[in-house]
Write a protein that binds this ligand. Structure first.
Ligand code: DON
Length: 303
């Protein structure tokens, strides 16, 4: 199937809706991004790449970074990672505090903010420099130099009251080993990474090729770990919209409040869509529609 006309047609179909949704404003540095952007990029398991719209424009990857910190943590820690983090959908917003109290500071999954902060804590413990390691992983996977956006990181640090509360809460249960400030510094930086749809579609390619690096073929994670990351994306990657995503799209997805969504069809392709306008669950409104159109037009889905 020629996928280029499919991507072009998705962008053209959604053009009249550009500007729909609300750009995340609780992180001040994100509020100034134009909502009238839409990009889509795809990479097949064989390495063919396709792009349409604003596919080359870097954007704030935000929670999409949680996919890659989880990958790094699974690589370093294996199954011991799961001693402090669950694998169940939370059914709550990504920044909710409510379950942490009744569940003694153990986050439901690694993709809600509390879970990603717990992963960040483990990485701060086991890496010489967690910051350098996440950039090295992203740069290696995408084949290009990837950097933090220091303005976004500083903006998050100055407005991240909920994340500060989540981290302190987990610390009070003895579930964080490192200083809260150090863990959050890493967490805010991982969220601030800027990447384009093309770079992210490539970076996620190991998830559609049994854990193998898209450019070198080396193991990024084991086949079993890649399967498990995909399972977590499907069940938890889009927070309390995960059921709706599975119903309407049927692909493992990971979203971020910058408006990016990475999706994977195991053994076949990885793709990334970006449009900054969000729905009330914090997922990209047009990004979700673009994925829905992609599945409808190609029939490519895990179901
Ligand atoms: O911690 C936060 O709230 C943001 N840095 C990331 C949240 C996010 O992207 C959730 N995704 N939809």
């Amino acid at each position: 199937m020629d996928l280029q006309p499919v991507l072009d047609d998705i962008v053209a179909t959604l053009e009249p809706q550009l500007g729909a949704g609300k750009v995340a404003s609780y992180i001040p540095a994100l509020a100034s991004v134009s909502p009238r952007r839409l990009g889509i990029a795809l990479r097949t398991r064989e390495g063919a790449e396709y792009r349409a719209g604003d596919a080359n424009t870097p954007f704030s990857i935000q929670s999409v970074s949680k996919l890659f910190t989880l990958t790094l943590a699974m690589r370093h820690l294996g199954d011991t990672l799961w001693e402090r983090i669950g694998r169940e959908p939370s059914g709550n917003p990504f920044n909710s505090l409510v379950q942490l109290e009744s569940e003694q500071g153990v986050p439901r999954n690694p993709f809600i903010n509390a879970g990603a902060i717990a992963v960040a804590d483990r990485l701060v413990s086991c890496c010489d420099s967690a910051r350098a390691d996440i950039l090295a992983l992203l740069s290696s996977l995408s084949g290009e130099t990837i950097v933090f956006d220091e303005e976004v990181a500083a903006s998050e640090a100055s407005s991240g009251f909920r994340n500060i509360a989540l981290a302190n809460f987990m610390k009070s249960f003895g579930k964080l080993d490192n200083d809260v400030a150090q863990v959050l510094d890493f967490y805010f930086h991982q969220c601030s990474v800027a990447m384009s749809c093309v770079q992210l579609a490539r970076a996620a390619a190991y998830l559609c090729s049994d854990g193998r690096h898209p450019l070198t073929g080396e193991a990024v994670v084991t086949e079993r770990q890649a399967r498990r990351i995909n399972a977590l994306m499907l069940t938890c990657g889009t927070y309390d919209a995960a059921g709706e995503f599975a119903f309407r799209i049927g692909l493992p997805c990971k979203s971020g409040v910058g408006g990016g969504i990475v999706a994977v069809l195991p053994d076949t392709l990885s793709l990334c869509v970006w449009s900054p306008g969000l729905d009330e669950t914090g997922n990209s409104l047009l990004g979700m529609k673009a994925l829905e159109l992609f599945v409808a037009r190609t029939g490519l889905s895990v179901f």
